[in-house]
Design a protein around this ligand. Structure first.
Ligand code: GLY
Length: 445
């Protein structure tokens, strides 16, 4: 496989990215820029990717392994959580492939919220107080003991970002518990629920490259999970994001390093969890009057975030392929990881009706505004029809991304391009980055 001499890899890399979303498009786009990359292919990819796509589903483990071996891939990067939870990384590694992404056991940090909360409790990682239940009688009795007010109910398993209910009061929480544990709302993913305290504060996502021993955090990102403007309405897969985030100050970052990153890494080692991939820390910075002091972990994810990745990749100055390979090889400490001191923003264009029912097969047209290259379109739910036109095939259709010296300028570039993307029912949030823009405006005199 790959040889390295004096810091320069002798063989140019063949890289396979597994997944079909805008996150995988952004990763492939950045990997293709690495000087050591020979070729990037994506399985199954989508219609907007400027790379060879391989029509194999992320669930087709045998097919993916056979293809990666047949093509002598030097690195496989697994994007989504489902194949990680299903053990694709374990099987690929056993087949002799170098895989960026944890095996199924370490991926339980995301695929089982009960597992991840117990991991945090065991290793002293700050997080909201919680209990895990599989019996609705016991869960409802626990709710009775809690003071009235907002409380969080989570299906323990993977539920495509929809398994978290932030209930406004105990009655709504009890309804969620019944729907999950008695009504089977999330199927197997809802066999257990986690009930945890609600913490008022500001959420930020901090993703980190890790080889299990070294952790290299990326700049903090804020994503907009809610459907409606002003962060209202139901959760979605993410409607936009921006980076960096001013509330994640160097002081906060230092505290997160001390109280969250270090105990997490120590916990992985103590529990024998081999995590070589992207560890995503969903954090909350509690309001000053909160009972919680200092940053808390809301969740871990065992992969790159979406849409966080779409704003991080344009800001990464260093060689992504080299970083990921060093993670796999356990040599991340030697990697150069540098970031542009700019802002980046991303707006997701969605199908009408998303996250509920929506039509597919609608023709997508787009005019790229000048200057070419000032913005990027990372596709997600797109396919080619029989006439080889790009058509919609999913709820989140594409992520438009741009970077600039200020967030305001980055957003202007993004929205200029967003307005040129057309298909029937297309819609997007018009307020991405609003919190940060308000922070940047001078206060009243
Ligand atoms: N942006 C949230 C996630 O990737 O899970």
């Amino acid at each position: 496989m790959t040889e390295e001499t004096g810091g320069v890899r002798e063989k140019r890399l063949k890289i396979l990215v597994v997944g079909s979303g805008a996150r995988e498009h952004a990763l492939a786009w950045k990997l293709a820029q690495s000087p050591g990359t020979a070729v990037v292919k994506v399985a199954p990819g989508n219609a907007g990717m400027e790379f060879e796509t391989i029509p194999l589903a992320v669930t087709d483990q045998d097919g993916l392994i056979a293809r990666a071996r047949a093509e002598d891939m030097d690195l496989v990067v697994i994007g989504p959580e489902d194949p990680l939870a299903a053990g694709l990384a374990d099987r690929m590694a056993a087949a002799g492939l170098k895989v960026f992404g944890p095996g199924a056991e370490a991926a339980r940090l995301e695929s089982s919220k009960a597992f991840s909360k117990r991991f945090m409790a065991r290793h002293g990682v700050p997080t909201a107080a919680f209990r895990v239940f599989s019996s609705s009688t016991e869960a409802l009795a626990y709710l009775e003991e809690k003071p009235e007010g907002p409380i969080v109910v989570k299906a323990s398993g993977l539920a495509a970002g929809k398994g978290v209910i932030v209930a406004v009061d105990k009655a709504e929480a009890a309804g969620a518990v019944r729907a999950i544990l008695e009504g089977g709302r999330f199927g197997e993913a809802g066999r257990e629920v986690v009930i945890e305290d609600f913490i008022e504060g500001e959420e930020v996502s901090v993703l980190a490259f890790t080889d299990g021993r070294t952790l290299r955090p990326m700049p903090a990102v804020q994503d907009h999970k809610r459907l409606g403007e002003g962060d209202t309405g139901p959760n979605t897969g993410g409607m936009g994001a921006y980076c960096p985030v001013a509330v994640y100050t160097p002081q906060v970052a230092a505290r997160v390093e001390e109280t969250i990153f270090r105990p997490t890494l120590a916990g992985l080692a103590a529990d024998g969890l081999d995590f070589r991939g992207c560890l995503y820390f969903g954090l909350i910075l509690p309001d000053p009057d909160s009972a919680y002091d200092g940053p808390q972990v809301v969740e871990y994810n065992a992969r790159f975030g979406d849409p966080e990745t779409q704003v991080l990749m344009p800001l990464l100055k260093s060689d992504l392929a080299d970083i990921l390979l060093r993670c796999v090889e356990g040599r991340l400490a030697e990697a150069e990881v540098e970031w542009r001191e700019e802002s980046c923003a991303c707006v997701v264009i969605a199908s009408g009706g998303y996250p509920g029912e929506y039509r597919t097969g609608l023709v997508v047209t787009e005019k790229v505004p000048a200057p070419i290259g000032a913005s990027l379109a990372f596709h997600a739910g797109t396919a080619l029809n029989a006439a080889r036109q790009v058509v919609t095939s999913g709820g989140r259709v594409m992520s438009i991304t741009a970077r600039a010296l200020t967030l305001e300028k980055a957003l202007a570039r993004v929205y200029e391009r967003v307005r040129t993307v057309q298909f029937e029912g297309a819609w997007y949030r018009r307020d991405i980055g609003y919190r940060e823009l308000a922070r940047q405006k001078p206060g009243p005199v």
